[in-house]
Design a binder for this molecule. Structure first.
Ligand SMILES: *[C@@H]1O[C@H](CO)[C@@H](O)[C@H](O)[C@H]1NC(C)=O
Ligand SMILES: *[C@@H]1O[C@H](CO)[C@@H](O)[C@H](O)[C@H]1NC(C)=O
Ligand SMILES: *[C@@H]1O[C@H](CO)[C@@H](O)[C@H](O)[C@H]1NC(C)=O
Ligand SMILES: *[C@@H]1O[C@H](CO)[C@@H](O)[C@H](O)[C@H]1NC(C)=O
Ligand SMILES: *[C@@H]1O[C@H](CO)[C@@H](O)[C@H](O)[C@H]1NC(C)=O
Ligand SMILES: *[C@@H]1O[C@H](CO)[C@@H](O)[C@H](O)[C@H]1NC(C)=O
Ligand SMILES: *[C@@H]1O[C@H](CO)[C@@H](O)[C@H](O)[C@H]1NC(C)=O
Ligand SMILES: *[C@@H]1O[C@H](CO)[C@@H](O)[C@H](O)[C@H]1NC(C)=O
Ligand SMILES: *[C@@H]1O[C@H](CO)[C@@H](O)[C@H](O)[C@H]1NC(C)=O
Length: 889
């Protein structure tokens, strides 16, 4: 007995080791890089990134990575001027900047390396971001970037200031790897400078992309020769696509932290076969070539043989003209019906030239579920900026006349001058779809890396931490955090016409697929629409929490209420809208299902629910003031994108706190575009006024002319709701206080605004921030649309308010904003005539009820009722025709 009790701790430790080891086993990277350096430029000591607690090393002395610079021309380090709360601080918010050249020297082993550069396109200290033009050279040999302007690129990409570039460079025996940043020579007093925020150096397997001299080199398409990518070449990653699947973060890679994008760039229609449980059989290629998830999904042409034989499955990828490109196509036959070579032969065209006339995945790989890749090198001529990859069915006696592609990587190869740099994108206001890698983020990036370090060192405690982290990471669902995605459209197979599969396109210029689910999948995901999984009710119908891909991914599933008349139209509207819009502050649509008259939409799951449920009538912990400000900035950013970031401005029309959702990091995402309407040419007077009472723009209600300013009004109401933690419309209060916007304006007039704020915020709001915030909110709810700011102004000013608060917090630990003296300025706000809005409000003398999703009204002056509990969206057309003083302008 004594012996056993002595053994107990050891047994426990052993058991523990076993458990932790097992949970890690699944995530053990296939490849462990020898060199794995992450440098957070412009910082001192080590820092950890926000999500994965991974360590980034600083470059300020005495760091061994401090850059070498010219004697009298010291570089400086600084914080970014503005801060996008969705971009993580490490490595993006600090930079090293210099008017003259500086060089980082990395002592690494020989062999090929990934070199990743991270930039945050902003101004820093005295450095004006628009004057950053510079060259980056590797080992004084390769020009990686030239005349590079992060701000031009960021503008081109639609505003995301967070940029990354990935290169492959071979380091020879006894050589170092050095990276030199050289500002463009300045001609006059406004001096150009160079900067960098983060650098990553990661080893890769010797012949991952470089040609193995013992094997045949890739064919040079159109040249009947081969093209060897030897040790003297440098490559730049331009596209890395998980075709048919979702984006994969660097930590989901096989150990090299490559990011795989889900932008498909597909120009034709297609269908997506998926085998989410497949364990690929790596008998033909190394298991680190690409993550399993790349091989578990694909795009094929689909079942219509007639159509297939008449068309190509075509991708159009943007590239810089005048370079050679390495094109790697990843394949894996995953369709159960195909078991033998010869059943799916196809032709591959690259740049409109035949690259392969008898492509056959099973013939190449030796079997089903067996990954394979093919490399091709192609020259893109001076006049072309799109590289087409097209697949066409081949013919054979037992062929199914289809083609398949699971993944693709495109690398630019250095030219004769060892240059990889292309010209800056032409400055356009409306971005065209950018190359995927330029929007790459490192957000979810540190998972596998951390594991690599942990298992490499073999530290026991590290394993424990890892086990916990793995669980946390597994719970994270959003893979899109912090990056903007190209504007894209949705193509799908529609079973609208009596279940007959017909190819339908949602809109003219398709670029991206959204996933179609079968009703079965949706039922499994929601446990047959189990009421216990209902997480919300909206104008559209119920929203369920669901679990797809065998429970590995949590999603939100909106089920169209079959009785809802407005539904069907808005269903397609929403699919079309959402699939075109990708933004970090908009809820992402994953797919849809349309079977047996059961229509559902599948979205990213927002684990923290709606903003409203964190404000009042809740037992959740109150949000801090900083959190509230960050959420408001985020939501404003999403709305601003709708108003200005797309070709035709989109008016949300139903901005409210239940349509602002929060993800696991409390990042705001605007949702519910069911009512959205493209603006611009919509100057016509609309007959139907839609929206939610309490948030409805009085100017719009009167004139029925929809503009972006109606969203601004509603957003102003949201701002007051956030500050005061009270409903937009609360008929339980005195009549004067029913409508929050009107009441708040009165309070501002009287100088009592400070008294009606959320008691949880008492003493937490800095006066200088309060002033800015109330000022913005008041300006948003002004009576006339023309008096209100644009969403862009709102976003900027809120950001300013956030900065003020942070500065004040830093200066002072607790602040007491109360006592009227503090707010005498607030007293003097000019408020335009509120009577109009009050009169408008009084029109609704009807019956008021409550529902989970907001306050809504039924009216009795027309006899109209809106009894559906599921509807928080009220059509008020008839109500308005009753009122005599509506002026149609
Ligand atoms: C910083 O991180 C590096 C690499 O993770 C590690 O080797 C070093 O000891 C750390 N330094 C400090 C001061 O923690
Ligand atoms: C290329 O570099 C690798 C790693 O340094 C080396 O093993 C290989 O022999 C080199 N190949 C050629 C053809 O020089
Ligand atoms: C960078 O590397 C090149 C080639 O190895 C070498 O000529 C140059 O002196 C190096 N620069 C610095 C600052 O170490
Ligand atoms: C200096 O050059 C920059 C860019 O070439 C130009 O924008 C700026 O106007 C010039 N400034 C003066 C003072 O000439
Ligand atoms: C990957 O392949 C290597 C070599 O074939 C093997 O040792 C390793 O166990 C494999 N890893 C996984 C996770 O399958
Ligand atoms: C198949 O495609 C052809 C050509 O586009 C079209 O005419 C036909 O209707 C399609 N068949 C079905 C069953 O959808
Ligand atoms: C498919 O693409 C190739 C290369 O661009 C072209 O030559 C061929 O005509 C296309 N086939 C069809 C049916 O569109
Ligand atoms: C190449 O193929 C694409 C896609 O099919 C087509 O749009 C383009 O016109 C073709 N270019 C040439 C030169 O044939
Ligand atoms: C550098 O980029 C700017 C902005 O795109 C462009 O106007 C200028 O001509 C470029 N200079 C060179 C030398 O390429």
């Amino acid at each position: 007995m004594g012996n056993i009790s002595k053994l107990k701790p050891i047994l426990l430790v052993f058991l523990f080791f076993l458990l932790t080891h097992i949970s890690i086993g699944a995530s053990t990277p296939r490849y462990i890089p020898v060199d794995n350096i992450a440098l957070n430029c412009g910082t001192y000591g080590n820092s950890t990134d926000r999500y994965y607690q991974h360590e980034w090393i600083g470059d300020i002395e005495p760091s061994k990575f401090a850059p070498k610079e010219e004697r009298n021309q010291k570089s400086i380090t600084s914080n970014a001027k503005s801060r996008d709360p969705s971009v993580e601080t490490v490595p993006f918010m600090n930079a090293r900047l210099s008017y003259s050249q500086f060089t980082y020297v990395f002592h690494v082993t020989s062999g090929p390396k990934f070199v990743r550069l991270f930039f945050y396109a902003d101004s820093y200290s005295d450095f004006d971001g628009s004057l950053a033009f510079f060259t980056v050279k590797a080992n004084s040999k390769f020009t990686l970037l030239s005349n590079f302007s992060a701000s031009i690129l960021a503008n081109y990409l639609g505003g995301s200031k967070r940029l990354s570039k990935e290169f492959c460079i071979n380091v020879e025996e006894d050589q170092k790897l050095n990276l030199t940043f050289i500002p463009k020579p300045s001609a006059n007093s406004s001096r150009f400078f160079a900067f960098v925020n983060g650098i990553e150096i990661v080893s890769m397997p010797t012949y991952l992309y470089y040609s193995n001299p013992e094997k045949s080199s890739p064919p040079y398409v159109g040249q009947s020769s081969q093209f060897s990518i030897d040790n003297n070449s440098a490559l730049e990653m331009i596209h890395r696509l998980n075709i048919g699947g979702s984006s994969l973060s660097p930590t989901e890679d096989t150990g090299m932290f490559r990011e795989w994008s889900d932008s498909t760039y597909l120009l034709s229609g297609g269908v997506i076969p998926r085998q989410p449980n497949l364990t690929p059989n790596y008998s033909a290629i190394p298991n680190y070539t690409a993550p399993d998830n790349v091989y578990r999904s694909a795009i094929t042409m689909g079942p219509n043989i007639t159509w297939n034989l008449q068309s190509n499955l075509t991708w159009g990828l943007s590239v810089d003209p005048g370079f050679d490109y390495l094109v790697r196509l990843h394949f894996c036959e995953i369709e159960p019906s195909i078991t033998m070579a010869g059943e799916r032969p196809f032709i591959i065209y690259i740049d409109n030239k035949t690259a392969e006339d008898n492509a056959d995945v099973i013939m190449w790989s030796g079997g089903r579920d067996t990954p394979w890749y093919q490399d091709y090198v192609v020259r893109v001529d001076q006049d072309k900026s799109t590289l087409f990859i097209a697949l066409h069915p081949g013919k054979a006696t037992n062929a199914i006349y289809d083609a398949i592609l699971n993944g693709a990587e495109v690398f630019k190869l250095n030219d004769g001058d060892n240059n990889l740099a292309g010209p800056n994108p032409a400055s356009t206001l409306l971005p065209s779809p950018p190359p995927a890698q330029q929007t790459a983020s490192t957000s979810n990036s540190r998972k596998t890396r951390f594991i690599a370090i942990g298992t490499g060192v073999g530290l026991f405690l590290a394993l424990l931490t890892l086990a916990c982290c793995v669980v946390v990471w597994k719970l994270r669902s959003s893979k899109r955090y912090g990056s903007y995605y190209p504007v894209s459209k949705c193509w799908f197979w529609s079973d609208q016409n009596k279940g007959k599969s017909s190819r339908t396109k949602a809109s003219s210029l398709p670029e991206e697929l959204c996933r179609q689910f079968s009703l079965e999948e949706i039922k499994t995901a929601t446990h047959n629409f189990n009421e216990e999984l209902v997480i919300g009710v909206g104008g559209f119908g119920k929203v369920y929490k669901g679990f797809i891909d065998d429970g590995t991914t949590t999603v939100a599933i909106k089920r169209l209420n079959p009785e809802s008349k407005q539904g069907a139209k808005e269903f397609w509207k929403e699919i079309e809208m959402l699939s075109q819009l990708r933004h970090v502050h908009l809820v992402s649509l994953i797919g849809y299902s349309n079977d047996e008259r059961e229509m559902t939409l599948v979205y990213d799951y927002m684990s923290n629910g709606t903003l409203r449920e964190h404000l009042y009538d809740t037992n959740k912990d109150p949000l801090s003031w900083i959190q509230r400000l960050e959420i408001c900035v985020g939501a404003a950013c999403g709305l601003n994108y709708l108003h200005t970031g797309v070709k035709h401005p989109i008016i949300h029309r139903d901005v409210k706190t239940t349509n602002i959702l929060l993800d696991e990091n409390y990042v705001a995402k605007v949702s519910d575009f069911g009512l959205s309407k493209e603006g611009q040419d919509d100057k016509a007077v609309s007959t139907m006024v839609k929206g939610t009472f309490g948030y409805l723009d009085p100017d719009y209600a009167r004139r029925r002319q929809l503009t972006e300013k109606s969203d601004v009004y509603s957003f102003g109401v949201v701002l007051f709701e956030v500050l005061c933690a009270r409903k937009a419309l609360n008929p339980k209060l005195e009549e004067e206080q029913w409508n929050l916007a009107n009441w708040a304006r009165k309070c501002i007039e009287k100088g009592t605004m400070g008294e009606i704020i959320d008691p949880n915020l008492m003493g937490k709001v800095a006066p200088e921030c309060f002033k800015v915030y109330v000022d913005i909110a008041e300006s948003c709810v002004r009576d006339q649309g023309s008096q209100r700011p644009t969403m862009n102004d709102v976003m900027d000013k809120l950001n300013f308010a956030l900065q003020r608060q942070k500065e004040a917090n830093a200066a002072k630990e607790t602040i007491n904003p109360y006592g009227r003296e503090t707010y005498t300025e607030v007293l003097s706000f000019h408020v335009s005539d509120t009577t109009e809005a009050c009169r408008y409000n009084n029109i609704f003398s009807g019956h008021v009820s409550e529902s989970d999703s907001g306050t809504w009204l039924t009216t009795n002056n027309t006899g109209m009722t809106y009894p559906s509990l599921e509807s928080d969206t009220v059509k008020c057309e008839d109500v308005f025709t009753d009122t005599s003083n509506i002026s149609k302008a």
